[in-house]
Structures are given as structure tokens and as C-alpha cells.
Ligand binder design. Structure first.
Ligand SMILES: Cc1cc2nc3c(=O)[nH]c(=O)nc-3n(C[C@H](O)[C@H](O)[C@H](O)COP(=O)(O)OP(=O)(O)OC[C@H]3O[C@@H](n4cnc5c(N)ncnc54)[C@H](O)[C@@H]3O)c2cc1C
Length: 436
């Protein structure tokens, strides 16, 4: 990006710290409105988490109707609603298409760029920002404020101080810290009297104490077409056995429930239905009908249709019941004791963050007028399915609107199009990736 444009002294100077989806979206809007925008990021290149999110298929948003969509944000739904209403899924879709990335709605309702990747979108986006004169300063880590209220940043040439007409902090959560967002901002804001809900793993795996032989044999094995339940909550999908427990989309979808149950009781019981598409009595009849003298492994494979990892999981729970009805019941509701959540370093996203009481309805910090916050560093969480990026983009957009209003630069045109990202494009087959 051009090194000089952000220094244009005729225009309001905006410093954005954090070049992820939230910070970049704000930069686009502010630079389009004539602000001189400088983006700082501690990493050598921008949007590393966004790029990783695109590694297995970039799930930008979801096409479901407004009410169920917003309900995915749980207790934060009413807080985020005005931001998402101003920058809804259809607008995000139109934005991506405007960058030359056709959009595809999977049969699951999830919305992806047709390339499935983040890199073409990011390349086009950075070129657009460059054209708007946005200056990117990588390898600059935010350290807090000096006494005069200027930002302190540690860059390749040492510590520097940056004064700006408005500041946006878009520093992300604390998951996958090697991609840049490490949650280090929580202490810096805490020192300013900003209340932060503790940063905890969201959309993360669970810990299960496997026996050593089970771990050695099945770590890395997928469990396909299963259903998981915790209490009343039940999810169909896939999971992956790993050395420390279970990972994968179905586990992530239950991770908020699991995390709260483990926080209260120390453990939580996760039930796996290894054959959700077959009723217990039908399964019992098939098991009962299997040939006399047939080995248990063969019975589980042929009569119950279990893959070796699923059969191994059954054996891990203890001796197998001989009675077909009892065995069928176990296959339909195998209890596993979850002893903890996988750490933040492996979680897809972060729960907790800057609490809503700390900011006004324009996303400005009450304790530091002129400083706005956006993205995953705010105190909301959501399941995978595109909801994380949607809220990050929308709050980045909202914070930029707040900055423009504060500087007396007006508001961008409201979105007049539809809300939902669009009808399913009739693409055959389910896009099964489930971790974002
Ligand atoms: C493996 C994986 C897959 C995912 N897949 C999807 C998906 O398909 N769909 C979806 O909706 N979501 C997905 N997500 C989540 C999504 O990527 C995040 O929610 C989103 O990137 C958050 O955007 P953000 O701008 O708030 O923060 P981030 O993208 O985390 O960006 C924050 C930026 O701030 C910088 N920063 C942090 N601290 C400092 C500091 N002190 N000084 C300077 N810079 C700093 C960081 O380097 C980083 O560049 C995925 C996440 C992971 C880990």
C-alpha cells in the first residue's frame, strides 16, 4: 500500500490497530469517506486468521432468515442486531461479489466464495484499499497510550507514538494466537478501567481421557454422520478423534453448552449417537439377526454399520453388552465424560471480550472517547456457519460509521437491498466443512 497517503494532513487522521476483517472493513469505509487511514498490525502481513479461515473453505456468512440468524448470537443478539441490520448478509455477499468473487450458497445454507478460498478476495480487497490510499504498517504492535493520549506502538524502528483524530481497535479474540490476535489487549484495556469478560475458547474441542491403546489406534480418525448431545441440545454432524479428546463441527456446535456445564460441574456427559439415521429397535433387530458365532467386530461392522473408530469408541466405554437391545441402546447413546475444553490456542473463536456496558451504541469506548472497538474482541460468541465473520465485518462497518458521525462526516447510504444472502444456488451435494 502507498506509504504517504495516510499522512495527508488535510483529512481526518484515523489509526486502526488490527488488520483483520473488522479493521479492514472499517478502513475501506473510512478511506472511501475521505479519511487518511493508517492500519497497524503486529504481524508481517494482514488478515492471517482470515486466510486460515479460507484454508478449508471460507464460510463468509449464512443465508438463513433474519430471526434464526440473529438468534445464533444468543444473549448478544439484541446488541448486535442494529450492526448486522446495517450490514446484513446480503450486503456482505454484494461486497464480495464487488471484489470479483462470485458467491455460492451451499445446500446447508452456508455462503462461500466460489473459489472457497480467502486469498483471492483478500488480494482484491488489499488492492482496493491501496487505491483508496490506506497505509498499512505491519510489524507494529500496540502497547497502549502515552500520557497525552497518543497510541504507543512498537515497530521495527523502535517505539513510536501516534496521534489520531479517532482510533479503532480491531484486535481480534485470543484463539490461534500465532496468527496475531493473542488477547494481549485485555490487560491494556483493563488498566483503563474497561471491563472485559474473561476470554475463553469457543467453537473448540473437548478433552476426553482416552486409554493409551485407543489413543494410539484412533487419534486422527473421523466419526462421520453422528449426532452428539449434551442435556437437551443435540447436533448432527461430524467429529474427529484426536489425542486429547474430540474436535470437529458437531463438537464445536455444542462447545458453549459443554464449556458452561464443565465450569459448573467439572465434567460434562456428552452422548454420541453412532447411528442417528437408524432407530434403536431396528438396530437391535439387525444385531439380533446376525449369524450365530459371528465375531463381535463383524456384528458391529455388518449389522450395525459401524466404522472401526466407532466400534473402538464403543469398546472404550467398557465390555460390550451381549443383549442386542442393550447394545443398540449404547450405540444410540454412548456416554463420554468430557473433562475440559481444548485450549484457546486451538479454538476457532473466543468467547468474552469488551463488555457492552463499556461502549456506546456507536461502538465507542465510554472510558476513552474517540476510541472505537470492533470484531471478535467484543463480548459475543456464535457457532460456526459464517456468523463469526458476519459479525466481525458488521461491527467493523458500524465502528467506521460511528467514527464518521463523531467527526461530523455524515453517514454512508443505508443498505436498501434484502437482508438474507440469497437462495441456495442448487449446487448438488452438501458442502460438509464444519469448522468456521
Ligand atoms: C481455523 C479457523 C477457521 C475459521 N473459519 C471461519 C469461517 O469459515 N467463517 C467464519 O465466519 N469465521 C471463521 N473463523 C473465525 C474468523 O476468522 C474470526 O472470527 C475473524 O477473523 C475475526 O475478525 P477480527 O477482525 O475481529 O479479528 P482477527 O481476524 O483476529 O484480526 C485481528 C488482528 O489484530 C492484530 N493484533 C492483535 N493484537 C495486536 C496488537 N497488540 N498490536 C497490533 N496488532 C494486533 C492481529 O495480528 C490480527 O491481524 C475461523 C477461525 C479460525 C481460527
Amino acid at each position: 500500500m502507498t506509504p504517504e497517503a495516510g499522512d495527508d494532513s488535510r483529512n481526518p487522521r484515523i489509526a486502526i490497530v488490527g488488520a483483520g476483517p473488522a479493521g479492514l472493513m472499517a478502513a475501506e469505509l473510512l478511506a472511501s469517506a475521505g479519511c487518511a487511514v493508517t492500519l497497524y498490525d503486529r504481524m508481517p502481513s494482514p488478515a492471517r486468521k482470515f486466510l486460515i479461515a479460507g484454508r478449508g473453505g471460507l464460510n463468509l456468512t449464512h443465508s438463513e432468515p433474519r430471526a434464526p440468524f440473529l438468534a445464533r448470537y444468543g444473549t448478544a443478539a439484541d446488541w448486535l442486531a442494529p450492526f448486522i441490520d446495517a450490514f446484513p448478509p446480503a450486503r456482505l455477499r454484494a461486497w464480495a461479489e464487488g471484489l470479483g468473487e462470485p458467491i455460492f450458497v451451499g445446500s446447508s445454507g452456508r455462503v462461500f466464495p466460489r473459489s472457497f478460498k480467502a486469498s483471492p478476495l483478500l488480494r482484491a480487497w488489499l488492492a482496493r484499499l491501496d487505491g483508496l490510499g490506506v497505509v498499512l504498517k505491519s510489524r507494529h504492535r500496540w502497547l497502549g497510550w502515552n500520557r497525552e493520549g497518543a497510541l504507543r506502538l512498537a515497530g521495527p524502528e523502535g517505539e513510536m507514538e501516534v496521534a489520531a483524530d479517532a482510533v479503532l481497535l480491531a484486535l481480534g479474540g485470543a484463539s490461534w494466537p500465532r496468527l496475531g490476535s493473542d488477547g494481549g489487549w485485555a490487560d491494556l484495556l483493563g488498566e483503563q478501567g474497561v471491563a472485559i469478560a474473561p476470554l475463553r475458547p469457543a467453537n473448540s474441542g473437548v478433552r476426553i481421557d482416552w486409554s493409551a491403546p485407543f489413543r494410539a489406534r484412533f487419534a486422527g480418525a473421523p466419526l462421520k454422520r453422528i449426532a452428539l448431545s449434551v442435556g437437551e441440545a443435540r447436533v448432527r454432524g461430524e467429529a474427529m478423534i484426536d489425542g486429547a479428546g474430540l474436535e470437529g463441527g458437531a463438537v464445536y456446535a455444542l462447545s458453549a453448552t459443554l464449556r458452561e456445564a464443565i465450569a459448573v460441574h467439572g465434567t460434562a456427559i456428552l452422548h454420541i449417537d453412532l447411528r442417528p439415521d437408524v432407530a434403536a429397535d431396528a438396530l437391535a433387530a439387525r444385531l439380533a439377526a446376525s449369524r450365530k458365532g459371528e465375531s463381535t467386530s463383524n456384528r458391529l461392522r455388518k449389522a450395525a454399520g459401524l466404522a472401526p473408530a466407532a466400534a473402538g469408541l464403543l469398546r472404550e466405554a467398557g465390555p460390550l453388552p451381549a443383549d442386542p437391545a442393550v447394545l443398540a441402546h449404547l450405540i444410540k447413546a454412548l456416554p463420554l465424560a468430557a473433562t475440559g475444553m481444548a485450549g484457546l490456542e486451538r479454538a476457532i473463536s473466543t468467547a468474552g471480550g469488551v463488555t457492552r456496558a463499556m461502549i456506546d451504541d456507536q461502538l465507542m469506548l465510554k472510558a476513552r472517547p474517540g476510541v472505537f472497538v470492533a470484531g471478535e474482541m467484543l463480548d459475543w460468541e456464535a457457532p460456526t456457519g459464517g456468523y463469526l465473520l458476519q459479525a466481525s465485518f458488521a461491527t467493523g462497518h458500524a465502528a467506521a460509521c460511528g467514527i464518521l458521525a463523531r467527526l461530523g462526516l455524515g453517514r454512508p447510504e443505508p443498505w436498501s437491498g434484502r437482508w438474507e444472502a440469497g437462495e441456495a444456488a442448487g449446487v448438488a451435494g452438501e458442502w460438509s466443512r464444519d469448522d468456521g
